[in-house]
Design a protein around this ligand. Structure first.
Ligand SMILES: Cc1cc2nc3c(=O)[nH]c(=O)nc-3n(C[C@H](O)[C@H](O)[C@H](O)COP(=O)(O)O)c2cc1C
Length: 326
């Protein structure tokens, strides 16, 4: 029988399918449902920095009259404004399930997270995923400054916790391999490629702005396929992939490209978490058909470095493909 066991962030997962941070992992009950459906691990719904920073500004306003209380109140912020609940959620999840539970914090700065990381470790999480994103809208910030923010976050978080730490990033970097190299040198253990964001839109009837969010589509995995393949062998960091993995076939493709694990959200919203069972069954059957006993036997086999036609991952096929359409 094929063995789907996978190592991710130093943890042993019974298979490489992770339920991505989302509403599917926001309560202990839902996390237990994910385990029952056969998930290898879960990433809990993120706690968002914005919540805390807004709270911080409220506190700042409310304590003008009592400046001596400021530091104290700030240090208690998480207790009064939701962090406590997050810690309780981690503890309750750990009581309920035996699969690894990865906590997730959504950071836009390096300010708050190192201390929270330590508390997340105390609460019993098995690992930490940092969902880092900020839109740069100032010409005064160059790419080095932006990348330094990523480096500082990981340096500081690693100084405050012994937990393995993964970073979930967007895809827009000038040199992703260089960014990853620098993150690895600062102690990063895992990289999640890539986050999906809400996007801005304009309501032309009310002449106003709005925010949109849609589930991914099953054709959205090609970008993560490219980058898992290019980064495999370039870094020792574990590569986890997310966005557009809707079928067991795309999960297999990502493992062949070099991903250690695949994270699912949209497909599970659309079909239910039980879909994980069928992914596992089909992957196992595929491995047996190809006489593969373990994931390690084929992981990265079609990566940029190992495949016979690595150029496919670059741009050279582009013109040929377009010519066929024209
Ligand atoms: C409803 C919903 C809520 C999400 N919330 C979070 C979140 O709190 N933190 C996070 O890092 N990603 C969040 N995500 C992103 C998912 O973790 C995942 O990376 C993304 O949806 C891409 O995977 P998919 O194509 O399978 O949906 C959310 C996604 C969905 C659909």
């Amino acid at each position: 029988m094929a063995n789907l066991e996978t190592k991710y962030l130093g943890l042993t997962l019974k298979n490489p399918l992770i339920v991505a941070s989302s509403g599917l992992t926001k309560t202990p009950q839902k996390i237990e449902d994910c385990e029952k459906a056969g998930a290898g691990a879960v990433v809990i719904k993120s706690i968002f920095e914005e919540v805390l920073t807004q709270d911080a500004s409220k506190i700042e306003q409310s304590i003008e009259a009592h400046p001596e209380a400021y530091d104290y109140l700030l240090s208690e912020l998480e207790l009064q404004y939701g962090f406590d609940e997050y810690v309780d959620l981690i503890k309750a999840a750990k009581d309920k399930v035996s699969i690894p539970v990865i906590a997730s914090i959504n950071c836009t700065s390096e300010h708050y997270w190192p201390e929270f990381a330590a508390k997340i470790e105390e609460a019993g999480a098995d690992a930490l995923e940092l969902n880092v994103f900020s839109v740069i809208a100032s010409r005064r910030k160059d790419s080095a400054e932006v990348e330094n923010m990523y480096y500082n976050i990981i340096k500081k978080v690693k100084a405050h916790t012994k937990l393995p730490v993964a970073m979930k990033i967007g895809s827009n970097f000038t040199s992703l391999p260089n960014l990853v190299y620098n993150l690895e040198n600062r102690g990063l253990d895992g990289l999640v490629l890539f986050n999906r964001f809400t996007e801005p839109d304009i309501d032309i009837n009310n002449l106003d702005l709005k925010t949109t969010f849609t589930f991914s589509r099953k054709t959205d995995y090609h970008q993560i396929l490219r980058w898992a393949a290019i980064l495999f062998g370039e870094t020792k960091i574990d590569l986890s992939t997310t966005t557009g993995i809707h079928t067991w076939e795309s999960a297999v493709k990502l493992l062949l490209a070099g991903a250690t694990t695949v994270q699912l959200a949209s497909v599970l919203y659309e079909k239910g978490v039980e879909e994980i069972h069928s992914f596992n069954e089909r992957i196992e059957k595929w491995m047996e058909q190809h006489k593969l006993n373990s994931i390690e036997e084929f992981r990265g086999r079609l990566s940029f470095k190992k495949s016979h036609s690595p150029q496919t991952y670059l741009r050279s096929q582009f013109l040929d493909k377009l010519r066929n359409i024209e």
